[in-house]
Design a binder for this molecule. Structure first.
Ligand code: A3P
Length: 341
């Protein structure tokens, strides 16, 4: 089966009048954004506080507002949710491979020539970010999307639908280190006159919640609580568990999405093939993900989504004081939750 990235398949051909209507809608978002409180930020010069979370203005936040207002979920949709740098790219690859495993051969698989970001579009950045509203209604079911929007800000249409949701979370110390690396890639490209974000600065901002889609702890807690209330609908996964026990969690993921592996598939080694295809080692070495000319929807090279892919790299970066401080916040915030890092 020929693969065309969903973001290209749902581009509507719009008349000039329709485009002007879209532009008016986005202008109302920008007007609203200009009235919101701002703070020193991560990759861009500031972050905007909206509904309790921090967003990069205007491109990203106007995308969030457009998703809230226009996205219509279907019960068959699959939505991957995460705070950035928790393993979204990996999960996109896994979910795409699970759902499409009968459509594509592993030797000519779309993931060999497309970055996972192009296989599973992020609602606010791939589909609704530009000044023209794309139309995901044009996509056939089952549609696969991801979003970084916090649980409490998800569009009503998603809350009200019965679509499946997967949340991936990761140790906050690794999220901080990974986020600083990614943010500096963006700074180096788009804010050349700004110095790179120091570790001390990134640490301070992260701890006070001023990182994209932050605060980290509230983002995780929102989905954790929702997964307890609706366990049949929201699967809460940890990056670290997937790393240490990939087969177990791949089965769990497939089961949750409604695409369980058959005994025959187990015997044929389909699970191992999916894990190998989606492994850091494999994906990060593909031409599409290495080529500096291949740029993602957020403007940086695809290679920026692959750094080390390890658990615990924070040990090579954070000072003892930083570790103690983040651990204390994590203990306080996640007290009573039955998960830990
Ligand atoms: P590091 O910076 O710690 O290496 P996101 O996809 O949410 O932006 O997260 C990016 C993080 O996931 C990066 O972490 C990246 O290296 C890691 N990653 C990307 N692809 C991966 C894969 N296939 N397996 C494991 N980790 C992966």
């Amino acid at each position: 089966m020929e693969f065309t990235p969903p973001s290209k398949r749902c581009l509507p051909t719009k008349s000039k009048e329709e485009e002007e209507d879209d532009e008016r809608v986005y202008q109302t978002y920008r007007n609203l954004i200009s009235t919101l409180p701002t703070e020193n930020g991560w990759s861009s010069s500031n972050l905007v506080l909206y509904q309790g979370s921090r967003y990069v203005p205007n491109n990203f936040l106007q995308g969030v507002m457009a998703v809230q207002q226009h996205f219509k979920a279907r019960p068959t949709d699959i939505l991957l949710t995460a705070i950035p740098k928790s393993g979204t790219t990996w999960m996109k690859a896994l979910i795409f491979s699970i759902v499409n495993r009968t459509h594509y051969d592993f030797t000519t698989h779309p993931l060999l020539t497309h970055n996972p970001q192009d296989c599973v579009p992020t609602l606010e950045t791939n589909l609704y970010r530009k000044t023209s509203i794309t139309n995901p209604d044009l996509l056939p079911s089952p549609r696969l999307f991801s979003t970084h929007i916090s649980c409490s800000s998800l569009p009503k249409s998603i809350i009200d639908s019965s679509c499946q949701i997967v949340y991936i979370c990761r140790n906050p110390k690794d999220v901080l280190v990974s986020n600083r690396y990614f943010g500096n890639k963006i700074r180096a490209k788009f804010n050349k006159d700004q110095p790179l974000l120091s570790l001390a600065e990134a640490f301070q901002l992260f701890c006070k919640g001023a990182s994209p889609f932050g605060p980290y702890w509230e983002h995780v807690l929102g989905f954790w609580k929702a997964s307890l209330e609706q366990p049949e609908r929201i699967l809460f996964l940890k990056y670290e568990d997937l790393r240490s026990n990939p087969l177990v969690y791949l089965r769990k993921l497939a089961q949750h999405l409604g695409y369980p592996f058959s005994l025959e598939e187990e015997k044929q080694g389909v699970l191992e093939k999916i894990l190998n295809l989606c492994s850091f080692q494999n994906l990060s070495n593909l031409e599409v993900n290495k080529n500096p000319d291949k740029v993602s929807h957020v403007g940086v090279e695809y290679s920026a989504f692959f750094r080390k892919g390890q658990v615990g790299d924070w040990k090579n970066h954070l000072t003892a004081d930083m570790i103690e401080h983040i651990d204390r916040i994590t203990e306080q915030k996640f007290h009573g939750c039955d998960f830990s890092f």
